[in-house]
Design a protein around this ligand. Structure first.
Ligand SMILES: NC(=O)c1ccc[n+]([C@@H]2O[C@H](COP(=O)([O-])OP(=O)(O)OC[C@H]3O[C@@H](n4cnc5c(N)ncnc54)[C@H](O)[C@@H]3O)[C@@H](O)[C@H]2O)c1
Length: 358
């Protein structure tokens, strides 16, 4: 069996999950971890027994034995420089979403990966949700007929929302509905988005980072299909879920409704009342089994590198999602639909908006 040396840069929440998953895999020869917070580095080191643990990601970049890197850092502004350095050093990279902050950065990363014949993917973990894989299968095999519309409603707890919103001024469509735009565009391939109309509403989060509490976006596809995604992050602290999602897919021959509200496991304690465990978006390791998407996604990328198989999420598709949520931000700001691909005029309007708002 082929073994490889792998690294995780940024071992916070998601990077910690990736590192733990990799530490359990027979495909991993040596695991290396990197984290700028010494206390967290020590914690993940104790959990994963890596071959090396460093505070400086250049140690990973400069190590020629490491062939696969997972970039899981925040704030999101450092996704581009760290991934650029890893790709330039000839490493295959899984980068957490978003692919970049600016479209030109995404383009440069895509070019570097192509030039180096490297695997490069973005962590859109929801494609590894068995329910969404089932939807893809039922759309592809014709069970639903011609798909007419897809609706996704996703809400996070305000605790999680505040964590995300404090580190970077990005909207709910950029930070949250991004997952839904990704998996819905994947379901509807080869259709492409051509128009976006988006609206946002202020509430609890405005005082924290000036962001909307909820954003709804209607995306028209080039074959007329309609995609509606709503994302919010203001569920109250006592809400028993971390994340709750409802999906409706309507076709000419059938409809598929997916309940991803995570209300299937109930925990009730005197101290905390009702909780729905295992309800975060990435999921979590539960003793010998991974409950959720991020574990299988981590191993899928490793196998794609070792076996030279295609990655599940191409960086080009992540760029299309980025262009769509960028258009959604502009649409909400202007109160009017925005056409895709973005025109030069729209791109400069986005640049002005980014300077002033994000
Ligand atoms: N796929 C999913 O379901 C999912 C869920 C949540 C978050 N995410 C994405 O994953 C990324 C990580 O999110 P998180 O919640 O784990 O964040 P986090 O803040 O918990 O962890 C990020 C870690 O990166 C570290 N870091 C920052 N700069 C670094 C550097 N130069 N070198 C090494 N370490 C560095 C930080 O100290 C921190 O511990 C985000 O971009 C987020 O958008 C994806």
């Amino acid at each position: 069996m082929q073994h490889v040396e792998v690294a995780v840069i940024g071992t916070g929440w998601c990077g910690g999950i990736r590192a733990e998953t990799l530490s359990r895999s027979a495909l991993v020869d040596k695991l290396h971890i990197c984290e700028i917070r010494p206390d967290r580095l020590a914690e993940v080191k104790a959990m994963t027994s890596p071959a090396s643990a460093t505070l400086d990601y250049q140690d990973i970049v400069k190590n020629p034995n490491i062939s696969v890197v997972y970039v899981c850092t925040t704030p999101e502004q450092n996704h581009y420089p760290i991934t650029r350095d890893c790709l330039k050093a000839g490493k295959h990279v899984l980068l957490e979403k978003p692919i970049a902050m600016e479209l030109w950065e995404a383009d440069e990363l895509i070019t570097l990966a192509k030039r180096g014949r490297l695997k490069f993917t973005i962590g859109y973990s929801q494609r590894f949700n068995p329910k969404f894989a089932y939807a893809k299968k039922k759309i592809t095999d014709g069970t639903l007929g011609k798909v007419v519309s897809v609706m996704v409603s996703r809400h996070l707890s305000r605790g999680l929302g505040a964590k995300i919103a404090k580190r970077v001024k990005l909207s709910p469509v950029v930070m949250e509905s991004t997952h839904d735009l990704d998996f819905v565009f994947w379901l509807l391939e080869p259709a492409k988005p051509v128009r976006v109309y988006s609206q946002g509403a202020y509430g609890y989060m405005q005082a924290i980072n000036g962001s909307y509490d909820v954003m709804w976006s209607i995306v028209t596809m080039d074959n007329g299909m309609m995609v509606t995604v709503g994302g919010g992050w203001n569920l109250p602290p006592s809400y028993p879920n971390f994340c709750s999602t409802w999906i409706e897919i309507l076709g000419t021959e059938g409809a598929l409704v997916l309940d991803d509200t995570h209300r299937d496991a109930w925990l009730n304690t005197v101290a905390e009342g009702t909780r729905f465990p295992m309800s975060t978006m990435p999921g979590e390791q539960v003793d010998h089994v991974f409950a959720g998407q991020m574990g299988p996604e981590t191993i899928h990328f490793l196998e794609a590198c070792i076996m030279d198989r295609p990655v599940m999420v191409t960086p080009e598709s992540a760029r299309m999602v980025m262009e769509t949520y960028t258009a959604a931000d502009l649409s909400a700001e202007r109160n009017e639909p925005v056409e895709l691909p973005l025109s030069n005029a729209a791109l400069s309007a986005v640049a002005e908006m980014v300077g002033g708002k994000r």
